[in-house]
Design a protein around this ligand. Structure first.
Ligand code: UD1
Ligand code: UDP
Length: 364
């Protein structure tokens, strides 16, 4: 049996770890230990996804909670080290680009345990993004790098990573999307919110560059104030954003918009149903750029760059510069096309990425 610790910690990790846990179980070759770092801990940012996506209950929750980058990363490392020492795995597997990813990766390699990175190679080339630092460093110390799109393979080649370690396997987040599409269809969220199909846009925002600087956030909110005059907006707000605007003028402006529905973060199945039937998604999320590409729903990514370029070259994604005028101009353009943007499905985004990962690891 291959002994492997699988790590998850923040919301997007749960959608990625779910199919990997299933594929390892199905393969029969793995003895897994699932570790939740506790980076995200609100019910709607964590536990809900375990129930909805049938992720096994974590064997261990490190319960690190929130903190500055240094505090959070260090606390995860301190608490993860004895887990690795006790379990003595052959591999530690980390996903994505959050602080839990790099923290657990560093612990593993320093204890001489091989590291697997799922979603390797993505680069925004923007070192002001905390995630970019996490990606670059995690890839540098990984022994096996599983990549979602060709750009990732090219980036790793340019960084002189040994090509024998790199495997283009597709996208585990899309495995989860395909596995849950039928279930999401049954969600009653549209009825509950009194939404008509293709008559609303979904918004998510949580990048520090957009929501920690309230002047920047103000430019985005000004665009939403104009857009909601002709399209209903649904905004499940991330806790970082909610906390940042609490008690500010921006909170009042958001709450004053008559055609904007402000929600707590919603579960995966409701969110998938909301995205599937939206006319448009406006977001700064990494994963949502990929999901809208598969759903064929136009996506305005409120960022200057993306580490997921295939969502633009093949998918339905558009980068938008962060001025009110630019946001409105792209919105008007997509609207003038009746919110109809066609795209292709990127290679290997077929629901079988996790199976490929299990096979590669088992065959070594
Ligand atoms: C983290 C990831 C980011 C990812 C995002 C997904 C890092 C550096 N960032 O950003 O890459 O895109 O998750 O959602 O790892 N909070 C709560 N409840 C929670 C979790 C967080 O209230 O369950 C609040 C806390 O005030 C916390 C803040 O949100 O300080 C930020 O949380 P944190 O995990 O540090 O970063 P995210 O912005 O969530
Ligand atoms: N998501 C969700 N509920 C929400 C918002 C997002 O289930 O209210 C899902 C979304 O479908 C995707 C994942 O959360 O699967 C993306 O997470 P997030 O945007 O927090 O992180 P990122 O992908 O930017 O790292």
């Amino acid at each position: 049996m291959i002994k492997i610790i699988c790590v998850c910690g923040a919301r997007p990790n749960f959608m990625k770890i779910a199919p990997i846990m299933q594929a390892f179980k199905k393969s029969g070759n793995f003895q897994t230990l699932l570790v939740h770092t506790g980076q995200h801990y609100d019910k709607k940012m964590s536990h809900l996804f375990f129930e909805e996506l049938n992720i096994p209950r974590p064997n261990i929750n490190l319960e690190v909670g929130s903190g500055s980058h240094a505090v959070q990363t260090a606390e995860i490392m301190k608490r993860f080290e004895p887990v690795v020492s006790d379990f003595r795995p052959d591999y530690v597997l980390v996903v994505g680009d959050v602080n839990s990813t790099i923290a657990c990766g560093l612990v593993a390699v320093k204890l001489g345990v091989k590291l697997i990175h799922v979603e390797a190679g993505l680069r925004s080339f923007d070192r002001t993004m905390p995630e970019e630092i996490n990606r670059v460093l995690t890839d540098r110390i990984s022994d096996l790098l599983f990549v979602t799109e060709q750009s990732g393979v090219d980036n790793l080649k340019n960084e002189c990573v040994n090509s024998g370690k790199v495997h283009l396997v597709g996208n585990v987040m899309i495995d989860t999307l395909f596995a849950n599409r039928d279930k999401a269809e049954k969600s009653l969220v549209l009825e509950q919110l009194k939404l008509e199909k293709k008559k609303y846009a979904v918004i998510t925002l949580h990048r520090p560059s957009n929501v920690d600087d309230l002047a920047n956030l103000g430019k985005i909110i000004a665009a939403f104030e104009a857009i909601q005059k002709d399209l209903k907006l649904v905004f499940p707000i991330h806790p970082r954003t909610r906390n940042n605007i609490s008690g500010t003028d921006l909170q009042k402006r958001i709450e004053a918009m008559k055609n904007l529905i402000l929600l707590e973060p919603v579960g995966y199945l409701d969110f998938l149903k909301l995205m599937t039937n939206a006319a448009l998604v406006m977001t700064d999320s990494g994963g949502i750029q990929e999901e809208t590409t598969i759903l064929g729903v136009p996506c305005m990514t409120l960022r200057e760059n993306t580490e997921r370029p295939v969502t633009i070259t093949e998918g339905t994604n558009h980068l938008v510069a962060l001025t009110t005028a630019d946001i409105l101009a792209v919105y008007e353009d997509i609207k003038s096309r009746n919110f109809n943007i066609s795209g292709k499905i990127p290679r290997f985004w077929d629901g079988k990425a996790a199976e490929r990962i299990a096979k590669v690891v088992a065959d070594i």
